[in-house]
Design a protein around this ligand. Structure first.
Ligand SMILES: [Zn+2]
Ligand SMILES: [Zn+2]
Length: 337
């Protein structure tokens, strides 16, 4: 297949889909080699999350744990402050001038969600455990949202060293920022502009198109759609969207939240099986906390990105990612028996 420059509708950027020439002869199964890596579990002895009450972790006490009705030692999930936060505790965030430059103190919040089993990543969790992770995401999100200095909350998972995880034990991170990050504000602007012109949500239209074309769908049920984006920036990138228009992750009902968790679990289990257990990131995109009424045109979603190629000079120099696998082929491969 010839290469194609594809425009990402909601990110507003070009992606170069260019299969490597030597890949032309590859059987689909050999895609695994792009992604397979060796990830060694750390010994239980040295894991900071292996004592019953997490005192060894250095971030005691937790904000909360599940099951809420049981004593701490019976925890299946805990939400804790990060021992090495990327940001200082939320306080005043004034932007100052330093010569021609602008500086703000790195303030915000940085929390961890820890699941109990040392070896089980999200795709390996039992249904109830996966649901608990999403319930914890939302519970902590709502607590942080009470702080008026937090403008945006980012929820994400780094699984494996290639995906940026510094500890092996499965964990998820929640960062509260005093500013709206660039990629979110750009996506907000693009969707706002589209809404003004068409009186429709751009993401809802993308979902309609994907359900019509069916070529890039990986999984679908009544309420959720998981697909490889048309201009996917990485091979086997999977987007998970609620079919119903919903801007705010924090406003999901418990039922919708649990269902989202199970869809994500399903996709990650599929990626593990089909792509030889790669490292991955996933992250949630939701509307900002400030001026909520202005962002009702947004549509929350979750992106899953198995780790594969490293950005090189062309990507850094142009911002254009090169993806060696056509999204249609990636979807077909993930769905194949
Ligand atoms: Zn552990
Ligand atoms: Zn929508």
């Amino acid at each position: 297949m010839n290469s194609e420059l594809r425009y990402h509708q909601t990110l507003g950027e070009w992606v170069l889909i260019a299969p490597r020439r030597q890949d032309g002869k590859k059987k689909p199964n050999e895609f695994k080699k792009y992604l397979s890596i060796e990830r060694k579990p750390s010994p239980l002895k040295t894991c900071p999350f292996e004592d019953e009450n997490l005192k060894r972790s250095g971030n005691f006490p937790p904000y909360f744990w599940f099951p809420e009705t049981k004593p701490l030692e019976k925890w299946s999930l805990q939400v804790l402050p990060n021992k090495f936060p990327a940001l200082e505790k939320i306080s005043d965030c004034r932007i100052e001038k330093r010569g021609i430059y602008f500086v703000a103190r790195g303030v915000g919040s940085h929390d961890l969600v820890i699941t109990r089993n040392h070896f089980h990543s999200f795709g390996d969790l039992k249904n109830q455990e996966a649901e608990e992770v999403f319930l914890a995401f939302q519970k902590r999100f709502r607590q942080l949202a009470l702080n008026k200095k937090i403008a945006y909350i980012s929820i994400f998972c780094n699984w494996g060293p290639q995906a940026g995880a510094s500890i092996f034990h499965p964990h998820y991170q929640i960062i509260g920022l005093p500013v709206i990050p660039h990629s979110v504000s750009r996506s907000l602007l693009i969707s706002k502009d589209y809404f003004r012109k068409n009186k429709r949500c751009i993401h809802c239209d993308v979902l309609k198109e994907e359900m019509k074309e069916k070529k890039r769908i990986v999984y679908e049920n009544k309420n959720y759609l998981a697909f490889v984006p048309f201009a996917s920036k990485e091979p086997f990138w999977v987007s998970v969207f609620p079919k119903k228009h919903q801007p705010f992750f924090e406003d999901l009902s418990q039922k919708d939240l649990k269902e989202a968790a199970l869809v994500v679990k399903k996709i990650l289990a599929l990626i593990k099986r089909k792509l030889n257990d790669p490292d991955y990131n996933f992250f949630i995109h939701t509307a900002p906390l400030i001026e909520k009424k202005k962002h009702t045109h947004y549509h929350w979603h979750l992106e899953i990105v198995p780790k594969s190629n490293i950005s090189a000079g062309f990507e850094l120099g142009t911002g254009i990612e090169i993806n060696p696998v056509f999204p249609e082929e990636a979807a077909r491969f993930l769905k194949s028996k």
